[in-house]
Design a protein around this ligand. Structure first.
Ligand SMILES: Nc1ncnc2c1ncn2[C@@H]1O[C@H](COP(=O)(O)OP(=O)(O)OP(=O)(O)O)[C@@H](O)[C@H]1O
Length: 265
């Protein structure tokens, strides 16, 4: 297994505090967050509703600025959105008036790549998300799962250093969700990419992540981190039987207890 400590740090969140607004009406969303995202990790974030998970993602994406502390990408302060950090939300933010093809080609076109390369990239990533042959469809013609696959292909087409995903499968039915989990696990491995993934589903985090971060209720702080290897075991055994093992149950129960302790208090 890769020695994670030696992997390059892509995103470094240092002493982050994030408050919305100022004065008496301000809402303190995050406090004292310290988090490093290393190249090749699949980092899953769990925490009670409203604890600041999306706020953390938006800060790393460059959509909002830290109130205090820093958010660095490869040592440089994150000043705004950037192709190097691809973002996928729960509801797709695709351009509905464009075809699947045009959505996926949008980024490479904006970056001024030659036409041939754009075509190759589009074909490659549509194949990877299992949408080859759907290029000419319009977004409004697609199911929820297909839209999320286009959103993923559109982000992948920019070869981002890290993909930030905010409950990307939260609105999908159970079967589609399971298929999407298998898809993202394979894409993560095949592309050797780095993923930051917010979810409410502990099983989803355990079956995908190489590390799981559990956050406290608002103001969100990091309560505990877990290094987990179930996603690797799923590859090794080509099966999800790990979910019936004792160590899986133990970690799952510990995480559930942690999250519940934040809801019940
Ligand atoms: N633009 C905003 N202005 C003011 N308050 C905000 C804003 N965005 C979020 N908040 C507040 O900040 C806190 C954290 O919100 P955030 O969406 O980051 O939580 P979350 O953990 O992602 O929630 P959920 O799991 O329900 O999606 C919440 O109390 C929320 O109401």
């Amino acid at each position: 297994m890769v020695d994670e400590e030696k992997q390059e740090i892509l995103i470094d969140v240092k002493n982050l505090k994030l408050a919305y607004g100022t004065g008496d009406d301000s809402i303190l969303a995050l406090e004292d967050i310290n988090l490093k995202i290393r190249r090749g990790e699949f980092l899953c974030v769990l925490g009670p509703s409203g604890c600041g998970k999306s706020t953390l993602l938006k800060t790393m994406a460059g959509y909002i600025k830290p109130t205090e502390g820093n958010c660095l990408m490869q040592g440089e302060a994150i000043e705004g959105p950037d192709w190097h950090r691809g973002v996928v939300f729960q509801s797709s933010t695709l351009y509905p008036w464009m075809s699947v093809k045009d959505n996926v080609e949008f980024g490479p076109k904006m970056r001024g790549l030659p036409a041939e390369e754009i075509e190759e990239i589009r074909a490659y990533f549509l194949e990877q998300v299992k949408l080859a042959g759907f290029g000419d469809k319009f977004i409004f013609e697609l199911s929820g799962g297909m839209k999320q696959r286009v959103a993923l292909a559109r982000v992948l087409a920019n070869y981002p250093q890290v993909i930030l995903m905010d409950e990307p499968f939260g609105a999908l039915d159970a079967l589609t969700r399971n298929n999407m989990q298998n898809l993202i696990r394979n894409i993560w491995k095949d592309n050797n990419t780095t993923i930051f993934f917010i979810t409410h589903d502990v099983d989803e985090a355990l079956c995908l992540g190489t590390r799981i971060v559990v956050m406290s209720k608002r103001p969100g702080t990091i309560l505990k981190e877990f290094n987990v290897g179930f996603t690797h075991q799923i590859f090794e055994h080509n099966s999800k039987d790990v979910v019936y093992k004792e160590d899986y149950f133990d970690i799952k129960n510990e995480i559930l207890d942690l999250i519940n302790s934040q809801i019940e208090e």
